[in-house]
Design a protein around this ligand. Structure first.
Ligand code: SF4
Length: 637
């Protein structure tokens, strides 16, 4: 039996080239150092992937992993991570999703699945309480997620008890920002993990399980879960989140001038209320939905009952409303809801989709893209019909959609003519619904994130929402009032570093950041108590903090091997040089260099190159990475 409780104790290793699936014991040493989830992926992929690995080649390795708290009663213990080398960014790729699939995988007896090779024909995995079959997916290939879900349920039986993870046509067609979907509407969206799964010709993974997750300290665990549940339910944000979900952020972001509008021309959208949480709740909400063990219920079902955009299904988050809505100048909310629904069916990341279309719209408006190139589509900001049409064209790589399926960075490289200037991406990935000029910590967090533009890697939102008390608690003796000022770049390096380290712990134990990090209901102490009661590992807070730092540094070293340096930790010129034109951040740009200096100093990374110092890597137990530091520019100690 596996040494620690909380884990299923097994990893499923799948070789699709040979069509073999072999369960292997989980490595206890690896788990002690990296916990699970995101940390597990970081350590395994570091050994298996190098600069020569082609993201869409059979040599890329795809991991889907849960954490030790996934599937337990810890609030929001619903998460799994999908990781591989990214076909969008060509560096570290990972995406996270909630739902019920991750918990079910553990009930079926596995903590993670490692997929290697490429199947000669489309297949799916059927994991039934520990038994594994690789089955033909011939009839499923070419189907969207909703269709595949229905067909799979018929094939494996057991109604809704079986949980599904799959790709849509975007993944099959290797769209570089294709998502891996699960439970119909949940998306591991970013960095193109769906394309990696498609390149392996793996359509779906159906799981069903009935095994228990062993708990080390039953009594202490139940008492703690009661305590955490009370703490969470007492938080006023919990009810607000169930009432409005993240769409309520549209109005809030607009107020603080952080709602990207018309490809970041401004952070204030004159039609924000027409696409905001209040209106969606009033006109389209069917009901809130919760993922596994969730007390927050930020998910929701919505319905457009009639008209060209009629649908019923999952509802968009704030990021979709801003990326597909305001960023494209679109105020027709029904078109945004419908585009989101299409993205769920085809399996597309709405953030990169919206960012890429917004880039194309700006190029079109500036005369860089012509009608001939767009196939006669009038790509003006606000044209919701064009936006909806492009979703399908991208998923199927039809006409102009084929170019956009490459993402804005590659599309700009291809067409040239100065279009690169309007690419709002970092390390080739489109920024989500965040304008760093209105919140400096978000500007820095996006620049330093391991997977390219990423508001979630640090999730540095304490300053934005004004949780002064929480900031004080979190930063303790190091508390400085400037940390809480979102337009002040001072101490944002400290904030982003701390938030990154904690966020990666949250992603590694398998719980949702909503509720855990924002509002900052839980912190290291709560996660530590839950982790120890569940696993019996007996970790200290110092060890847990070091684990977070270790994983962030390992991700950095993965990227360093792929040529990433300080010059890449940057933002689009628009955010660095064009002052925000209106709202509270009027006149502000992102003072990135100032913040980066502080961040590198705190991280122990060389301020000139952004390379981790060997001394830091040794202190974190990452000696095996030192040989990958380049000779030129290598920090001396
Ligand atoms: S807070 Fe939202 S995303 Fe997180 S587990 Fe709950 S419903 Fe899912």
């Amino acid at each position: 039996m596996f040494k620690y409780c909380g884990y299923a104790g097994q990893v499923l290793e799948v070789d699709l080239t040979r069509l073999k699936a072999i369960p292997k014991p989980l490595d206890a040493v690896l788990v002690r150092g990296y916990l699970g989830g995101a940390g597990f992926c970081s350590r395994v992929l570091y050994d298996e992937i190098g600069p020569r690995t082609r993201p869409l080649g059979p040599e890329n390795v795809l991991i889907i992993a849960t954490g030790p708290l996934t599937g337990t009663l810890f609030p929001q213990a619903s998460r799994h991570v999908v990781a591989a080398k990214s076909p969008l960014t060509d560096i570290w790729g990972e995406a996270h999703a909630a739902g019920h699939w991750g918990a079910e995988l553990k009930f079926a007896g596995f903590d993670a699945i490692i997929v290697r090779g490429r199947s000669p024909k489309p297949v799916y995995l059927w994991i039934d309480d520990g038994r594994v079959e690789i089955r033909s997916a011939r009839g499923l290939w070419g189907k969207d997620v909703y269709e595949a879900d229905e067909m799979l349920r018929e094939e494996v039986g057991d109604g809704w008890c079986t949980k599904m993870l799959y790709i849509g046509q975007a993944g099959e067609n290797l769209v570089r920002f294709a998502a891996v979907m699960n439970d119909l509407d949940r998306a591991a969206a970013r960095t193109g993990m769906g394309a990696v799964m498609g390149s392996k010709r793996l359509k779906a993974i159906a799981v069903r399980g009935s095994k228990d997750i062993p708990i080390a300290d039953d009594r202490g665990y139940m008492e703690l879960m009661d305590e955490l549940r009370v703490k969470m339910l007492a938080d006023p944000f919990t009810q607000g989140r169930a009432d409005y979900g993240t769409p309520s952020l549209v109005e809030l972001m607009n107020e603080i001038g952080r709602l990207p509008t018309r490809n970041y021309e401004t952070g204030v959208f004159e039609h924000a209320e027409e696409i905001g949480g209040k209106l969606i709740r009033r006109k389209y909400l069917v009901k809130p939905r919760a993922d596994f063990a969730c007390l927050q219920r930020c998910g929701r079902y919505t319905c457009v009952p009639a008209g060209p955009y009629a649908y019923i299904g999952g509802s968009p988050e704030y990021e979709t409303l801003s990326c597909v809505g305001s960023k494209c100048g679109i105020s027709n909310v029904e078109s945004i809801l419908y585009a989101h629904h299409l993205c769920n069916r085809y399996g597309i990341d709405t953030c990169s989709l919206g960012g890429t279309i917004a880039w194309a719209m700006e190029c079109y408006e500036r005369g860089i893209l012509t009608d001939e190139e767009t196939g006669g589509i009038e790509l003006k900001f606000g044209n919701h019909e064009a936006m909806v049409k492009l979703v399908g064209m991208i998923a199927f790589r039809e006409g102009f959609g084929d170019l956009l399926a490459e993402g804005s960075y590659r599309a700009a490289q291809k067409i040239g003519r100065g279009s690169k200037k309007y690419v709002m991406a970092i390390k080739k990935q489109e920024i989500a619904g965040q304008d760093g000029r209105a919140q400096k910590s978000m500007g820095l967090g996006n620049a330093t994130a391991a997977r390219g533009a990423d508001h979630l890697y640090a999730f540095p939102v304490l300053d934005e929402v004004g949780f002064e008390k929480a900031i004080k608690e979190r930063f303790g003796a190091r508390y400085l009032p400037e940390i809480g000022e979102k337009l002040n770049p001072r101490y944002k390096g400290l904030m982003v570093k701390e938030c990154e380290d904690f966020a990666v712990v949250v992603e590694s134990v398998g719980v949702c950041k909503y509720g855990t990090m924002i509002p900052p209901t839980f912190y290291y102490r709560d996660v530590l108590r839950a982790l120890n009661a569940t696993t019996g590992m007996g970790l200290t807070e110092r060890e847990l903090r070091r684990t977070g730092e270790r994983i962030v540094n390992l991700n950095r070293m993965f990227n360093v091997r792929h040529g990433i340096r300080r010059r890449d930790d940057t933002l689009p010129e628009r955010l660095l040089k064009e002052p925000s034109p209106e709202g509270p951040p009027k006149g502000h740009v992102v003072e990135l260099d100032y913040m980066l200096d502080e961040y590198y100093r705190l991280r122990g990374w060389d301020p000139k190159t952004g390379l981790p110092a060997p001394k830091k890597l040794r202190a974190l137990g990452l000696d095996f990475t030192i040989k990958h530091l380049p000779k030129r520019g290598r920090p001396s100690r």
